[in-house]
Ligand binder design. Structure first.
Ligand code: ADP
Ligand code: ZN
Length: 731
């Protein structure tokens, strides 16, 4: 049965609102009727709230008490494909629809009438009296033909005060007009020439273009070492998408990468695309949302939440660095943008390109199983090659206590400096030292709210909890034994490594790159550009530098602690270490100069370290896949995490135990439940956390079973339950 598409005035309509109600509400269609999908304002108790007309009303209510929709908002109605997508995404992630709608409407003032602003253009006649200032204003207006300016733009360009412009307006020589504030994005031209592609690149681009021309859903894994030209290749897919008159979305894992990418789009298509992430102003967000909805933004470059923008003709989604863990949203709606991109594309017949030098095992397995197509770019573009990779066996290095740069690594850095080349020292840990210990009593300073240790940040002059963000000043006396002056840092963070490097290389120019050391993405970008232009001999960096920046003169990467990611019980520890080390190593030798990567390790014989060094990717992935298959874990089995939390530890455990006992719906599908156990971080912000893990076979309907399992629960008081389908992190 098909839902009607249009409702006459007075017809019952079911409206989904952003309020946490878990059901649709019935209203009467307003004067003039409304379309299915219309964004509307409805009364809810004493308030007015925003909603979307979802379908015909249920009518199981006293009709006379049903109120009317207040008004239909002046934005494009939600398309059917978006409604279906939100529904499927809600089912998959076990998220209430109201929360999905909130995710899809994260722009302010959508309900407001189009806001207008004053603009100024050339009017008629001559001013009564010519002055120098007036002449300059008219000159600017003549030079730019019929274009209009805001008051500030015009005054600034003419070098006059706004009063001068206003004076000309009074005489009609300059015309003042109202113009909508949210303007379409400039046109991107897909017919501008591309770079000359290498034969491999050209083949890859041709395959992607053919996919787009099919106008059917399909996902392609585009694998290629860093610098092989994946971006150049997928820009050709974007071009084809634009030629077909459709919109393209490019997801990037890190805001800091956006600026460089926008420049590349501009170089390729002649104008800048729309941008969507947490650093974009509220007014700009509203503009993006509206323009995407009316088809006046051809390309959006954004963070994961841009998947929920109201595209009109979405033809292509690129997920760059698809393996990146930041694609997984870990609170609120817990979704993986990579998986949701595939879902969304399947709903609207779009293509997906997953680009990575080191794909996730999930995507690797999907390509292996034939669900995704796979294209591989095997060589770097131009004369550069993958760096030579070696281990430094730390057991054989003799070094003073509390230092981390081995003599071998130090020598290698000196050699590069002698040649005028850059080195990167990589450590994946922010702050100065991960632990602060009292040398008198052994006490370690912890967070008051969490079961986590406080990390010293000298740059910020505070101790910080990386769990909850709580900070406090470094105490002079031990909080436990009250002895003074005995608190000491243990272990290295990036700031401490930078300090060691300053001593080891006193006359070198050293740049430290850590996300928390820059006030804004712009400041960080400026720094990165300086470094790329040679403003540093040695770069000290965290994970931030592993992602996509180009440093043409960088030829040595030293990984301070290659073992760091191998510890811990995380299912994906090996995979992540492998990806991260390969990515970091890929920073070396991007231009004509050959690069080298040196990994400091205490376990050079560890299979993961060996796989990284040998570059035997297929060997690594096959071994990793076999192990996971044997254990029945993702991607060969399904998992879900349930986190219960509350201020009272006993109450949280009681709930967990009751859930584990009443696991009927899970057993019906052959799933097992493990726990309750204290979550590895057992307390965050004063709330005790307990974890249950559900494990099922690959084909099992895990969402449905979990929904039936938790439905009867009544959460008392301050208890909270969250479900994480396909958890990324097991911490
Ligand atoms: P990846 O995305 O695989 O890391 P990029 O597309 O960023 O690789 O390419 C790496 C560098 O090589 C970039 O500076 C890019 O402009 C350049 N490059 C790649 N392919 C070509 C080409 N066919 N012609 C000119 N420059 C290219
Ligand atoms: Zn804390």
């Amino acid at each position: 049965m098909h839902d009607p598409e249009y409702f006459d005035q007075g017809d019952l309509v079911a409206v989904l609102t952003t309020q946490p109600l878990d059901r649709l509400l019935d209203y009467k269609a307003p004067e003039g009727g409304c379309f299915r999908g219309a964004f509307v304002e409805v009364p809810l108790g004493p308030r007015k709230v925003m909603g979307v007309v979802w379908g015909p009303g249920q009518g199981d209510f006293d009709r006379s008490r049903i109120r009317s929709v207040i008004r239909v908002l002046d934005v494009a109605p939600m398309r059917d494909e978006m409604r279906v997508f939100l529904g499927r995404a809600a089912d998959y992630t076990l998220t209430p629809m109201s929360m999905m709608l909130r995710l899809a409407t994260r722009a302010p003032g959508l309900g407001d009438p189009q806001s207008m602003r004053k603009v100024y253009r050339l009017g008629e006649g001559e001013p009564d009296r010519q002055t120098d200032a007036r002449r300059r204003v008219l000159k600017v207006l003549h030079e730019y033909g019929g274009l209009s300016f805001t008051l500030k733009e015009l005054a600034d360009m003419a070098g006059v005060t706004p009063t001068v412009v206003k004076g000309l307006v009074k005489q009609g020589v300059v015309r003042e007009e109202d113009s909508p504030r949210d303007l379409p994005y400039p046109h991107l031209d897909p017919y501008l020439p591309s770079k000359d592609l290498s034969p491999d690149q050209a083949t890859a681009a041709e395959i992607l273009r053919a996919g787009l021309q099919s106008e059917k859903y399909g996902t392609t894994l585009l694998k290629g070492v860093t610098g092989s030209g994946k971006t150049e290749v997928y820009l050709e897919a974007v071009a084809e998408c634009l030629r077909l008159g459709k919109q393209a979305l490019v997801l990037l894992p890190e805001i800091a990468l956006t600026a460089e990418f926008l420049t590349r789009i501009e170089a390729r298509f002649g104008a800048r695309p729309a941008e969507w992430h947490s650093g974009v102003t509220m007014t700009e967000r509203r503009r993006v949302w509206r323009m995407v909805g009316q088809g006046d933004a051809q390309v959006v470059v954004g963070a994961r939440s841009s998947l929920f923008l109201p595209f009109r003709h979405l033809g292509l989604i690129i997920v760059d660095e698809e393996h990146d863990t930041s694609y997984k949203q870990e609170d609120g709606v817990m979704y993986n943008a990579r998986d949701m991109a595939v879902l969304r594309a399947a709903m609207c017949g779009a293509r997906v390109v997953l680009a990575s030098a080191t794909p996730s095992l999930e995507s690797w397995a999907n390509a292996d199983a034939g669900k995704y197509d796979k294209i591989e770019l095997t060589s770097r573009f131009g004369p550069s090659v993958m760096p030579d990779m070696r281990a430094i066996d730390m057991r054989a290095e003799s070094m003073p206590a509390s230092t981390w740069i081995s003599p071998t690594l130090r020598q290698a850095v000196e050699d590069r400096r002698a040649k005028g080349e850059q080195s990167l020292l990589f450590i994946n840990r922010r702050g100065y030292a991960p632990v602060t210990i009292c040398r008198a009593c052994g006490h370690q300073i912890g967070c008051d709210n969490c079961d986590a240790r406080m990390v010293e940040h000298r740059f910020l002059k505070r101790l910080m909890c990386h769990q909850c963000g709580e900070t406090k000043p470094m105490p002079d006396t031990c909080p436990s034994c009250e002895v003074e002056g005995k608190l000491a840092p243990v272990g290295p963070g990036i700031e401490r490594l930078a300090e060691e490097a300053l001593e080891a290389f006193p006359d070198a120019r050293i740049a430290t790159l850590s996300s928390d050391m820059f006030g804004s993405a712009r400041a960080l970008k400026a720094k990165i550009e300086e470094i790329a232009e040679g403003e540093a001999d040695i770069i000290i960096g965290t994970q931030l530098v592993a992602k996509g920046h180009n440093f043409p003169n960088l030829t040595l990467v030293g990984v301070i602690d290659a073992d760091l990611g191998l510890q811990g019980s995380d299912l994906r520890a090996a995979e992540r270490t492998f990806q991260l080390m390969r990515q970091v190593a890929g920073r070396a030798g991007r231009a004509e100069k050959p690069g080298q990567a040196l990994l400091q390790t205490f376990q050079p014989e560890h299979p993961v370290i060996r796989a990284i060094l040998s570059g035997d990717e297929n060997g690594f992935w096959s071994a990793e896949a076999a192990e996971r298959q044997a254990a029945g874990v993702p991607p060969y089995g399904r998992m879900a995490g349930i986190v219960l939390s509350g201020p009272d530890v006993a109450a949280v455990f009681d709930l967990g135990n009751a859930m584990a006992r009443n696991d009927g719906p899970l057993r019906q599908i052959g799933a097992q439940v493990f726990g309750p156990a204290p979550a590895p971080i057992a307390r965050i912000r004063g709330r005790h956390r307990v974890r249950l893990l559900v494990k099922a076979d690959k084909g099992a309907p895990i969402q449905d079973a979990i929904a039936r399992w938790i439905a009867p629960l009544r959460l008392k008081g301050d208890l909270r339950l969250s479900v994480d389908i396909d958890p990324q992190s097991f911490l």
